[in-house]
Write a protein that binds this ligand. Structure first.
Ligand code: C2E
Ligand code: MG
Ligand code: MG
Ligand code: MG
Length: 278
């Protein structure tokens, strides 16, 4: 400890920080082996067209199926993946897997849906995301218009010029771009016209307290109106009640995701949902 090093020695790291660092290293090592051993899965959550009630898309959400711990949620490992660089190979795997699964559903004659894939800001720094998407589309045979990449406002804010170029290459491929968790970041509204964006996803934090929060209703209605007037598709995240859905429908929101329709489910279960509406 600091004492052993004598007077004047400062202890910069206390035990809890060392413990936290150790845990992150352990998660990193276990995550690398989970990726190598095939213990990662994508679950899929329906994206529902509000006007027709039909499933028009699926967001791919990562799950770690640990033989001992069971299902580990991304909240526990995405940030470790990001700071350790594992997000590079991990993100490539997610893109490949989502495109392959989308193409399997198409090949099985299930209605063509769009696959939405989350892309971390770190992935843009570590890898060529446009090349990665192009590769996944080519390997799988999924048409580019069936792929949508979800990025956060922070990804747009960090290195805007480099980002604009990558997004333009994606747009040229025919891949759609959505801004995830819209309204929670610190990006400027100018980004919406500066980048080739197709869709906004209203963060679930603005949906949760509808209809009891007048503020959240005003914010959601404003995002919908703004998105529509800019020609963007607007999707609401985290819709859990019929009241929330009725509000969104009345305001002209295009689509929604949420437990009201379904939680994220394994691929086989999602296939059954598609089958049921075919
Ligand atoms: P996100 O992209 O905003 O995903 C939406 C989250 O909301 C998901 O949590 C989903 O399960 C949850 N959700 C959906 N509907 C409802 C609802 O009605 N109520 C509530 N309370 N929650 C709902 P999940 O699957 O735990 O993922 C958390 C975050 O982890 C995602 O937020 C995303 O930022 C990140 N993530 C997940 N998969 C990936 C991935 O493949 N790559 C990257 N880079 N990040 C991922
Ligand atoms: Mg997302
Ligand atoms: Mg989100
Ligand atoms: Mg989120």
């Amino acid at each position: 400890g600091a004492k052993a090093r004598g007077r004047g020695a400062h202890c910069f790291f206390d035990e809890s920080m060392i413990q936290a660092a150790r845990e992150r290293l352990e998660i990193e090592a276990r995550l690398r082996s989970a990726l190598a051993q095939g213990h990662l899965r994508l679950y899929y959550q329906p994206q529902v067209d509000i006007a027709t009630g039909r499933i028009v898309g699926a967001e791919a959400l990562l799950r770690w199926l640990d033989p001992e711990e069971g299902v580990i949620s991304p909240a526990r490992f995405i940030s470790v993946a990001e700071t350790s660089g594992v997000i590079g190979p991990l993100g490539r795997w997610v893109m490949q897997e989502a495109c392959s699964q989308g193409q399997r559903w198409r090949a099985a004659g299930l209605p063509g849906i769009r696959l939405a894939v989350n892309v971390s800001p770190y992935q843009f720094q570590l890898t060529d995301v446009a090349a990665c998407a192009a590769q996944a589309l080519e390997d799988s045979g999924l048409p580019p218009h069936c792929l949508e990449l979800e990025l956060t406002e922070s990804a747009l804010a960090e290195r805007p010029e480099a980002m604009r170029q990558v997004l333009q290459r994606l747009q040229a491929l025919g891949v759609r771009i959505a801004v995830d968790d819209f309204g929670t970041g610190y990006s400027s509204l100018a980004h919406l016209k500066r980048f080739p964006i197709d869709a906004l996803k209203i963060d679930q934090g603005f949906i949760r307290d509808i209809p009891s929060s007048a503020d959240d209703m005003a914010i959601s209605a404003t995002i919908i109106a703004m998105g529509r007037s800019l020609g963007l598709t607007v999707l609401a995240e985290g819709v859990e009640t019929p009241e929330q859905l009725a509000f969104l429908r009345a305001r002209g929101c295009d689509s929604y995701q949420g437990y009201l329709c379904s939680r994220p489910v394994p691929a086989e279960q999602f296939g059954a949902l598609l089958q049921a509406q075919a």
